[in-house]
Design a protein around this ligand. Structure first.
Ligand code: CDP
Length: 795
């Protein structure tokens, strides 16, 4: 029995329409570029045309002389204030404006602040930089070669281009497993560079008010509180005098986690000029300088028994980080959570060797819709799994099933140390196979082959770690990873909820209210959700790595429970009974022995301000900081069927089935939207997105005619299915979902094309699977590498 119908009040499980869309679809969103402040100036950035060059001199006199120019910032200006370099989120340093050298094409060299953006742009072009070109290094092989030029000669004790060598797992145990193997399956892969493509690029408006000493920065950040801490520490400003406001954000996907030079320069400019300074990045600036992801080479090996069991896994990964190591990732793990690979499989031995290198490319390693390298991990895993099944001559679905962690084996400790706690992996696979009509497709494929048609089926199954922390193991720059929610119930029973997360389009304003509705029985429409203003929101680590539901969402449930606990005392007072005799049903407290006698949560709210028990602190509000006991481990099974045209190498998706288990779904419609978006990105990565660098370090892919975004026309149709295994430690049983499809999806597409090519000799084609690459494979029967020749595994 409940006082209110949970679905009707928009609680858990309701496919409630997104409240934020009211303003978005009317064009009333409030993005950084919509904000206009009195007296505001505009900043433009002059970027390096060269990938590697020494700066001999910078002559900005012509720019200074242009009418309307208020300030020109160069590395020298920054250095005078100790701001030429800034710390990165991975304990490296990054140039704000170049002083000694430029280290990638597009690097920030100077900034002009002027009355309007056009004057600023023209003035940038009037700055003369005298460069002495140096040999550019565009891949790890060049970077690691003997005699390679030193990219980071600014760093003391840096004698080569290696950033780190990192190792995890049991090397000897894994060697023993390989010695016992009936078969060793090997594969070499490159996960190419890619770039998030939010509709809104990065930008900031810094507004320093000398009379109050307050610095307000409106900016596109997914983690406002981290930015506030960074500004306080780097600029040595008092933290209480810094206000970071992240208004509506037109998509983030990881692009808006790091600190970029444009933010820092606009802040300094505002402090120097005592006027608001706006910087809005253009698309090319975004695509060539901020937020690169992936770019990892893998040599992978699986030790296999004849019956299909995997005895051990070895991975050697070499990550190209570009000129600065600026990944946002937990401090402990040099290559993110790469070692979460194979978590859904029961494998006794595993060893990972990871190496990070500098190159003359923009900083890479952003967790693009991904929990810190998990996308690469799961792609490598599923490509290795399919290659191994083929090497064994075993059905790819059966190979997975044989090796899955079984439902009754949880909690399960992976050989790399993660603890997975729940899942129904075989069931998800079965749902997917049933939906796609697996056996029928295999027969169809065989028949088609007789007529020269190439059909293929690709599977990708994975569990991934979402929701960093817990704080014991996860921190960024020493700041522990937890999150927060603050809930204020007004006397009329309406509420204001604030969290430390920050939506970039995921619909937090809708779903957080649903959690409160579920916990308290207040209608979701009575709850206003606010995020993104550090002056009002409780401290949080921000939104990335699909951590909002696992961490901030949990905090929302916990703060609601604190409110309910206080409301129970008020209810006892109103009902004139002892608290022990009070029962709760959704939306109402009642007398255990007389269920018809009760008070609603709204009545308790009114009493909290007008008729509270003697000695009780008035009001009904609270805050909860939630430190999760573990990550959440959603599971996904993506199955794709394709037909490859043997004459052209063009491949078409026939069907795409997705089975996602993200635990309890708060809003099924939003969850499905997340999955569709992720699958679209996965398809783009597998099929069309290419951002690379020529031998001079020129970025190829600096606009949307070269770096392609799929439209509804190209994107395949989705067939979505669900399995629900509640997360055992999350207060409402939810697991993250935001990035699952982007993480698990790419391998399903590639596996499908490779399945169509099975028997031709080709074991791998690197993404994107352009028709010419597929055609080349069909002609040669050899692997097609998207990268220069690499033998990382032999290193
Ligand atoms: O951190 P981020 O918001 O990107 O990812 P998420 O926590 O996976 O949530 C994405 C969106 O899906 C949010 O609006 C969540 O509230 C919603 N969601 C849900 O309705 N049910 C789940 N089990 C997981 C997420």
């Amino acid at each position: 029995m409940t006082a209110v119908d949970e679905v009707k009040i928009g609680g858990m499980g309701a496919s409630r329409r997104r409240v934020e869309d009211n303003r978005f679809i009317r064009g009333k969103g409030n993005y950084v570029d919509d904000i206009v402040l009195p007296g505001m100036l505009h900043m433009e950035i002059l970027r390096s045309p060269l990938a590697h060059a020494r700066i001999k001199s910078i002559d900005a006199s012509k720019a200074w002389a242009m009418p309307g120019v208020r300030l020109v910032l160069t590395g020298e200006t920054m250095a005078a204030r100790n701001l030429a370099w800034m710390p990165t989120l991975s304990y490296d340093t990054q140039a704000v404006l170049a002083t000694d050298k430029v280290r990638f094409q597009g690097q920030e060299v100077a900034c002009v602040i002027a009355d309007d953006p056009y004057i600023a742009k023209d003035a940038c072009e009037a700055i003369f930089v005298d460069y002495e070109p140096l040999p550019p290094i565009v891949n790890p092989m060049q970077s690691l070669a003997d005699g390679a030029p030193l990219i980071r000669d600014d760093k003391e004790n840096q004698s080569d281009n290696v950033i780190y060598d990192w190792e995890v797992g049991d090397r000897e145990g894994t060697d023993r497993a390989f010695a016992q193997a009936d078969l060793v399956s090997k594969i070499e892969l490159h996960y190419p560079r890619s770039h998030p493509s939010p509709i809104e690029c990065c930008g900031s408006i810094a507004d320093f008010n000398r009379s109050t000493s307050k610095l307000t920065v409106y900016m596109t950040t997914q983690a406002p509180h981290i930015i506030r801490a960074a500004v306080a520490l780097v600029a040595e400003l008092p933290e209480q005098m810094i206000r970071i406001v992240s208004p509506d954000i037109g998509g983030g996907f990881g692009n808006k986690v790091p600190v970029y030079p444009g933010y820092v320069a606009s802040i300094l400019a505002s402090i120097l000029l005592e006027r608001p300074v706006k910087w809005i990045e253009d698309r090319t600036g975004n695509l060539i300088s901020t937020g690169f992801a992936r770019d990892i080479y893998l040599h992978g090996e699986l030790a296999l028994r004849k019956d299909g069991r995997i005895l051990g896994v070895r991975m050697k990964a070499t990550a190209d980080h570009g000129a600065f190591f600026s990944d946002a990732q937990p401090s402990k793990f040099k290559i993110g959570l790469m070692h979460s690979a194979f978590a859904c499989y029961d494998i006794p031995n595993a060893h990972l060797l990871a190496r990070g290198v500098y190159t003359n490319k923009a900083p890479g390693g952003v967790a693009y819709r991904c929990s810190f390298r998990v996308t690469e991990a799961m792609f490598f895993q599923e490509r290795m799994v399919q290659a191994a099944a083929d090497d064994l001559g075993m059905d790819q679905a059966e190979f997975r099933r044989v090796n899955f962690v079984r439902d009754d084996d949880f909690p399960h400790r992976t050989p790399w140390g993660f603890l997975t706690d729940s899942g129904q992996y075989s069931k998800c696979l079965d749902v997917g196979l049933e939906a796609i009509g697996y056996q029928d497709f295999l027969k169809e494929k065989e028949e088609a082959a007789k007529r020269g048609r190439l059909l293929g089926i690709g599977i990708s199954t994975m569990t991934e770690p979402l929701g960093a922390g817990n704080s014991r193991e996860y921190d960024i720059l020493g700041i522990k990873m937890f999150d927060s929610a603050e809930l204020k119930i007004h006397m009329t029973g309406k509420a204001l909820l604030r969290t430390g997360a920050k939506s970039q389009g995921q619909g937090h304003e809708t779903t957080w209210a649903q959690i409160v509705a579920h916990e308290l029985g207040l209608p979701a429409e009575d709850i206003l959700v606010e995020e993104g203003d550090t002056d009002t929101a409780p401290f949080g680590m921000g939104t990335y790595a699909s951590r909002s539901t696992p961490v901030a969402g949990a905090a929302v449930a916990m703060v609601s429970r604190k409110i309910r606990a206080k409301a129970r005392k008020i209810a006892a007072h109103l009902l004139e009974i002892s608290e022990e005799d009070v029962e709760w049903e959704l939306g109402r407290f009642y007398v255990r022995s007389q269920p018809e006698r009760g008070v609603t949560i709204q009545e308790c709210a009114m009493a909290a301000y007008s008729n509270m028990p003697d000695g009780m602190e008035p009001g009904l509000e609270n805050v909860a900081y939630y430190d999760p006991p573990n990550l959440t481990w959603p599971f996904a099974c993506y199955i794709v069927t394709v037909e490859v045209d043997p004459e052209t190498g063009v491949w078409d998706v026939l069907r795409l089935v997705a089975v996602d288990d993200c635990g309890v779904r708060i809003n099924p419609m939003i969850v499905e939207g997340q999955i569709m978006g992720g699958l679209t990105e996965a398809y783009a990565m597998a099929n069309m997105q290419f951002i690379t660098f020529d031998e001079y370090g020129n970025c190829i892919g600096s606009n949307f005619t070269d770096y392609l975004l799929p439209t509804a026309w190209e994107t395949p149709g989705f067939e979505l299915h669900e399995v629900v295994t509640p997360c055992p430690h999350h207060p409402i049983g939810a697991k993250g979902i935001g990035e699952c499809a982007a993480v698990g999806g790419p391998a399903a597409f590639v596996n499908a094309v490779m399945d169509a090519l099975k028997g031709t000799g080709t074991r791998n084609i690197d993404m994107p699977l352009f028709p010419d690459r597929v055609y080349e494979a069909l002609q040669t029967g050899a692997d097609v590498s998207g990268a220069p020749p690499v033998r990382i595994g032999e290193a």
